[in-house]
Write a protein that binds this ligand. Structure first.
Ligand code: AMP
Length: 216
């Protein structure tokens, strides 16, 4: 089993990069945000617990996250390679992941930190649009669909996530600073953190990550 992590503030491009990297690397993209949004939509017990936190831009409690990640990892085989996006977000989650990896005789091998200025993060998030049907991600200026409001790949309707609205975005950035940024030191101390400039074109970041993965 192997695990790598894409770390970075909301809007740094973790999901977009994960989509590009997974196709060429064999890593399974695991986004806790996507899992939670699916749970909210399906109105499961997890979804009902998570909804109000997500709408406010706050973190969903650790025990809920730990539960869904453990469940997801229990489905994978011994050879599974995980690429986490949006997880872990607290030290407690990071320690849990270490424990799960250790139980499997492995460890987190790499953490890619996507760094960007606050201005860039806010403009990326507020212009983000998502396909209601297949989850593809667009941006009104940077990655516009061919037809406004319509997904290029499946024809689904594009929408703006409720928590991508301007007031929630600022809170999410605060929450990142207060609760998630501590993970930078945590992984740096293990010498597995690699800093990447998230303002570069996504293909440049993708190539750099693939190059690092091919060497390990
Ligand atoms: P994301 O799509 O990663 O930006 O996540 C959207 C929202 O889901 C976050 O603002 C949190 O409310 C919640 N969430 C996603 N992943 C986690 C996590 N690992 N820990 C706590 N809350 C999370």
């Amino acid at each position: 089993m192997d695990a790598i992590i894409l770390l970075g503030a909301p809007g740094a491009g973790k999901g977009t990069i994960a989509d590009l990297v997974k196709e060429k690397s064999g890593y399974l993209h695991v986004s806790t945000g996507d899992m939670l949004r699916a749970a909210v939509k399906a109105q499961t017990a997890v979804g009902l617990k998570a909804k109000s936190f997500m709408e406010a831009g706050e973190l969903v409690p650790d025990e809920v996250i730990i539960g869904i990640v453990r469940e997801r990892m229990a489905q994978g085989g011994q050879d599974e390679k995980y690429m986490f996006d949006g997880f872990p977000r607290t030290l407690e989650q990071a320690r849990l992941l270490d424990a799960v990896m250790e139980e499997a005789g492995s460890r987190v091998s790499r953490v890619f930190l996507l760094e960007a200025s606050k201005e860039l993060l806010v403009s990326r998030i507020s212009g983000r649009r998502i396909c209601r049907n297949c989850g593809a991600v667009y941006h009104v200026q940077n990655i516009p669909p061919k037809v406004e409001g319509v997904c290029d790949s499946c024809g689904g309707e594009l929408y703006q996530r409720k928590d991508d609205s301007e007031e929630t975005v600022l809170n999410r950035l605060e929450v990142y600073k207060k609760q998630t940024a501590a993970l930078i030191d945590y992984y740096d101390a293990k010498s597995i953190l690699l800093r990447l400039d998230a303002s570069q074109p996504k293909e440049v970041t993708q190539a750099r990550i693939l190059e690092v993965l091919s060497r390990s």
